[in-house]
Ligand binder design. Structure first.
Ligand SMILES: Nc1ncnc2c1ncn2[C@@H]1O[C@H](COP(=O)(O)OP(=O)(O)OP(=O)(O)O)[C@@H](O)[C@H]1O
Ligand SMILES: [Mg+2]
Length: 295
């Protein structure tokens, strides 16, 4: 078991500490993304680390990037620490299995979400308006119901706080109609490939979020891909519309936090050891089920 809550690599310039990833600038064109074992819930980083989580996020991202590489080019240069440039190799022990050397991109400031089922913020919006991101849906759908066809529901990447679902036209106004249409098509194509594959492993991908960026005139898929942090994975065997299925994402942690009197503002309360242990198990289980082998 490895656990890493925060990295600090002397001589490397830390570009950004996200909720989960620490991002370093290697040179003008190259970033080092390190997935730590931090976990956030309700957009607040929790005091505990979840052992193995960063390794699961990294390994799953690599798995999916390989499976979808013919659909869209991506930012990965290598995740093989032995091939990292010299200044990084001295940190090999911390980087092994939880980092990726990537092409630095100008990230499109919208989360590109694909939804195949009605869950989370999509379900909330549908109950209020009968639509999601301005896309009208048939009346009478139940929670977790499969949509007639997968939909593209962009959200703004809020600098702080919660992401906000927006109509596609709003994304088009900000980033251009052509790019928006292309990102919709890529988002739905990657989702379809992944959902078809996951179905063969007994997993439903209810929804997932991608980020894209531009580098050297190319549109690249960046960030993490189809992990439990960016997606809702449901066991197909326990799926039934009308209720929220158990999932391999952070729902277990959220459910625990909901039992407390916490107001969801920082600082977050600590998780008991049992909750930490079971969360590690859920991440490892998601990896094992999806890839067919243990991490
Ligand atoms: N190739 C890339 N070029 C530039 N930035 C990237 C690239 N890949 C990922 N990023 C950025 O790196 C950051 C990854 O950190 P992380 O996901 O932890 O941050 P966050 O978005 O604050 O957290 P969360 O995803 O939990 O909301 C994101 O801001 C993402 O947009
Ligand atoms: Mg992120």
């Amino acid at each position: 078991m490895t656990v890493l809550r925060e990295t600090s690599f002397p001589n490397l310039s830390l570009l950004r500490r996200g909720k989960v990833r620490d991002v370093y600038a290697v040179d003008r064109e190259t970033l080092l993304i390190v997935a730590t074992d931090r976990i956030s819930a309700f957009d607040v980083v929790l005091p505990n680390a979840i052992p193995e989580k960063g390794r699961v996020l990294t390994a799953l991202t690599l798995f999916w990037l390989d499976l979808i590489q013919d659909i869209v080019p991506n930012h990965l240069i290598t995740a093989d620490v032995a091939r990292y440039p010299a200044p990084l190799t001295q940190f090999a022990r911390d980087l092994e299995g939880r980092s990726m050397l990537v092409r630095r991109a100008l990230v499109v400031p919208f989360e590109c979400v694909a939804r195949g089922y009605l869950a989370g913020s999509g379900w909330k919006e549908y109950q209020k308006t009968g639509a999601v991101c301005g896309i009208p849906l048939p009346a009478g759908l139940r929670e977790a119901e499969k949509l007639p066809r997968p939909i593209f529901t962009p959200a703004t990447k809020a600098e702080s706080g919660h992401d906000l679902n927006v109509p596609e036209v709003e994304m088009a106004r900000a980033t251009g109609a052509e790019l928006t249409a292309r990102l919709r098509q890529l988002t739905l194509a990657v989702y379809a490939r992944a959902a078809d594959y996951a179905a063969t492993r007994g997993i439903l991908i209810a929804d997932t979020k991608f980020e894209f960026g531009r580098a050297g005139g190319e549109v690249l898929l960046v960030d993490e891909v189809l992990t439990p942090d960016s997606s809702r994975f449901w066991p197909a065997s326990e799926y039934a519309p009308g209720m929220s299925p158990p999932s391999f994402d952070k729902q277990y942690v959220r459910d625990y936090l909901e039992t407390l009197a916490w107001n969801k503002q920082p600082p977050a309360p600590p998780l008991p050891p049992e909750v930490v242990r079971r969360t590690t198990e859920k991440y490892l289980e998601a990896y094992r089920l999806l890839t067919g082998k243990p991490l």
